[in-house]
Write a protein that binds this ligand. Structure first.
Ligand code: SF4
Ligand code: SF4
Length: 541
């Protein structure tokens, strides 16, 4: 794994000067730390993806199938016919440049091919050559070029330097969504076996074991039971979750990242405590044990396949509706694609909170409710006893994860919950939050270690906004509602803004939640002493 330059060296070594040669004549440079390892043959085979083989993007020979250009041409033709948006996005860009400085990868790297307009041109230039008269006749003069191996390598490099975050689309006067262009480009690369392992590995695991991390059913259950013991230590309360229970009212599904690694695990403890306290009739599934869907980063077909397991499991268990945890792209799949892929889920009931009676009209067809919305409704209806002061040792800000923000318009609910469980909440500057939020720099399957330099570059604008509230208000905790964020913002903060930790919203909810029959709490879920309880913690030690 390539070492990452120190933060000050990274800044000093980055300028935004264009190269001396034109973009079509500037070859791609696979620098260590800026590209991801290739998808392993065994993972491609598990899910039947084409051209399984061992290869590396750094190799001269990518072992492509003989007819690879024809496969890409036919694949693009098929998608232009299927997706009207793609045809429009290929034709209507006027190159106004309004999107060009909005991408976190361009800001952090200074590489012009990370400007969304130019990223899209990488595909558009091939579209023009193959599908437009001007491109066929005038070639380069009309912005067209042949699909060569060098172009393909450029595609791989730059379409895996786009987190599909959609920030650029907010600023495009024509509504061009470069994330959708990236999705199609990645899908085309997939047709000839050019994917990254951090995407196809989780896809294969999910297909085989129900979750990205490949956690088997018995281990999944053991891990949750471990958290039950941790909760008992902090609160004195024994929680008894159920697994694969037929006839439960609600199926709860969350990203497996929260079962596996800190600080997501504390968010998971938060869910367990909340559900216990309100007496929710729910079950976990050890088969649909993943809310995330890396199919979104592979192909529309793969996204559909992986999404279907959640609904198949809801049907098998006979639940009324599904409650979903704090995840990012899971909600993009549910909110934007589920209905036309596998829905509407008419065999389930329209979700109604059994505690408040609130009907979630927005989940009428997907039958899946976001946990933050569910909790905000509990608070609004006075169903939770909360002691905000238990989070007084924290000064909190909130990172709008790209997908719940831009794919759901989910801005106020998390802030409402946070303001009800914390006394010290500070938003980052307005042009870095809500619909204009900056990406963590590691989404869409790019959260891998060999890619660390690019992650730190891509995360720079987000980190810069956190630094602002850290310096202005002493913020020491960055909250978010996405499992990938919970994993990747930790190294990002350590790199750019040391002294800021990362949490899920439901960890903070659980800290504040006054549970019936609990013992006096002296620590938070991380075993950190609560404010004023430092001495009692020392006595325990
Ligand atoms: S803002 Fe839209 S129209 Fe303007 S260059 Fe970007 S994609 Fe093209
Ligand atoms: S979708 Fe996000 S990562 Fe991709 S080009 Fe647009 S701003 Fe950059």
């Amino acid at each position: 794994m390539a070492s990452v330059p120190k933060a000050n060296e990274l800044i000093a070594g980055t300028d935004h000067k264009p190269p001396k040669t034109g973009w079509m004549d500037t070859p791609v440079d696979f620098k260590p730390g800026t590209w991801c390892y290739a998808g392993k043959s065994k993972n491609l085979q598990v899910v039947g993806l084409p051209n399984p083989r061992e290869w590396s993007p750094a190799d001269e020979d990518w072992k492509l199938p003989k007819n690879w250009q024809e496969t890409i041409h036919d694949g693009l033709k098929d998608r232009l016919g299927k997706y009207r948006s793609l045809q429009l996005f290929m034709d209507i860009c006027v190159r106004c440049g309004a999107c060009s400085d909005k991408c976190h990868f361009f800001i952090g790297s200074g590489d012009p091919k990370n400007m969304p307009v130019l990223r899209a041109e990488l595909l558009r230039s091939i579209y023009r050559k193959d599908f437009t008269l001007a491109g066929k006749v005038l070639g380069k003069m009309a912005g067209a070029r042949e699909l060569t191996e060098d172009v393909l390598k450029e595609w791989f490099y730059y379409f895996f330097q786009c987190t599909e975050c959609r920030r650029c689309s907010v600023f495009c006067p024509y509504g061009i969504d470069t994330a959708e262009i990236t999705m199609v480009a990645r899908e085309l690369l997939n047709l000839i076996g050019c994917n990254i392992d951090w995407v196809v590995g989780p896809v294969a695991n999910c297909y085989m074991n129900g979750n990205h991390l490949g956690i088997q059913p018995h281990a999944f259950k053991d891990m949750i039971e471990f958290f039950v013991e941790e909760i008992e230590e902090v609160t004195g309360i024994k929680i008894e979750p159920t697994f694969n229970r037929k006839g439960a009212e609600v199926l709860f599904i969350t990203p497996s990242g929260d079962v596996f690694a800190d600080p997501g695990t504390y968010t998971l403890m938060g869910y367990l405590m909340l559900f216990h306290e309100i007496g929710l009739d729910y079950t976990w599934s050890t088969y649909a044990s993943e809310g995330g869907n890396f199919g979104l980063f592979t192909s529309h077909e793969m996204m559909k396949r992986l999404n279907s397991k959640m609904y198949a499991e809801a049907k098998r268990l006979g639940v009324k509706w599904i409650l979903g945890g704090e995840c990012g792209h899971m909600w993009r799949v549910i909110n934007q694609y589920m209905d036309t892929m596998n829905g509407p889920a008419d065999f389930l009931e329209e979700p109604v909170s059994p505690i408040t009676g609130t009907k979630f009209d927005n989940a009428k067809s997907t039958k899946m409710v976001h946990i933050v919305e569910f909790t905000a409704d509990l608070i609004k209806n006075g169903k939770l006893k909360l002691d905000k002061s238990r989070n007084d040792h924290l000064k909190v800000t909130y990172h709008d994860s790209c997908n719940p923000a831009r794919a759901m318009g989910f801005f106020e609910e998390p802030r409402y919950v946070l303001n009800n469980v914390c006394n010290h909440f500070y938003d980052m500057p307005p042009n870095t939050i809500k619909e204009q939020t900056f990406c963590c720099g590691s989404g869409s399957g790019l959260n891998t270690d060999e890619y660390m330099e690019m992650r730190m570059r891509g995360g720079l604008p987000r980190a810069n906004a956190v630094k602002h509230v850290h310096e202005q208000h002493g913020v020491n905790m960055l909250s978010c509602i996405c499992a990938i964020d919970r994993a990747v913002l930790v190294p990002l903060m350590n790199y750019w803004v040391p002294g800021v930790d990362v949490t899920g919203v439901h960890e903070l909810v659980a800290n504040a939640l006054v549970m019936e029959g609990e013992k006096e709490r002296t620590t938070d879920l991380r075993n950190e002493p609560l404010e004023g309880m430092e001495d009692s913690d020392n006595e325990d030690l």
